[in-house]
Design a protein around this ligand. Structure first.
Ligand code: SAM
Length: 227
């Protein structure tokens, strides 16, 4: 079934302006721009911040977390270029908004979130909208989701001190991964590719600030499971 774009006419103008903002930032791919028109972001963020859903900014979603900036997500989609046969691993489900965008491009999305309440909320919204090709798991995404590996696309929405080896291991030949790596305050966004069995890394944007990836291959989350 085609995911149901529940229309709310209060947001039509704001959504169109957001798409123009994203286009002005160099995202010209019409397939990507249309996704931002198709998926109603205001349904993915808490009601209290729904009026901010079409600002090109990170929006608080509770538990100290944010839904990422839409133009940054468009940039992710442009660089990762998920195809219709691709199995996608997403680390940091958050609001589930990027999950929905990815699900419209790829074959199936496997998304891991460490905060149960966020995962449950995302599941509810995705179910209400009719997404059938999304599997969500609550847990430490820094170790990936080995059961469904290898993945052609891996997207990480939280910053890590280094590239988690577990995620590299789960990247398919020809696969692409985007992950912010650096210090807690500021990171480089790295595009990691497996080409002819070799791993290539390229910094595609510097000066980024993401929430921390907490867990075994990320930052210490206060448990004993750190590297
Ligand atoms: N794409 C999401 C959105 O638009 O809503 C972005 C969510 S936010 C920037 C990053 C998320 O990563 C947070 O929800 C946080 O709880 C989650 N996170 C941090 N460390 C994690 C880990 N080890 N495993 C899974 N999720 C993690």
């Amino acid at each position: 079934m085609e995911p149901d774009a529940v229309e709310d006419y209060r947001f039509v103008g704001a959504r169109r302006r957001l798409i123009e903002t994203i286009r002005a930032q160099g995202i010209e791919d019409l397939e990507i721009l249309r996704l931002f028109d198709r998926v109603p972001r205001h349904l993915f963020v808490p009601e209290g911040v729904a009026h901010r859903a079409y600002e090109d900014s990170a929006v608080p979603i509770g538990f100290g977390q944010t839904a990422s900036q839409p133009s940054l997500q468009a940039y992710y989609l442009q660089l990762l270029a998920p195809g219709p046969d691709d199995r996608i691993l997403e680390i940091g489900t958050g609001s589930g908004y990027l999950t929905a965008l990815l699900a419209l491009l790829g074959d199936r999305v496997y998304s891991v979130e460490r905060i149960r309440e966020l995962s449950v909320r995302a599941r509810r919204v995705l179910d209400q909208m009719g997404y059938k090709n999304v599997a969500l798991m609550v847990g430490d995404g820094s170790i990936g989701w080995r059961r469904y590996a290898p993945f052609q696309v891996i997207t990480v929405a939280a910053a890590s001190p280094s590239i988690p080896t577990a995620l590299v291991d789960q990247l398919d030949e020809g696969g692409r991964m985007l992950i912010p790596v650096g210090r807690r305050e500021v990171q480089d966004l790295l595009l990691v590719r497996r080409i002819d069995g070799r791993i290539e890394e390229e910094s595609v944007r510097d000066g980024c600030t993401f929430v921390p990836l907490l867990g075994r291959y990320g930052w210490d989350d206060g448990t004993d499971s750190g590297p």
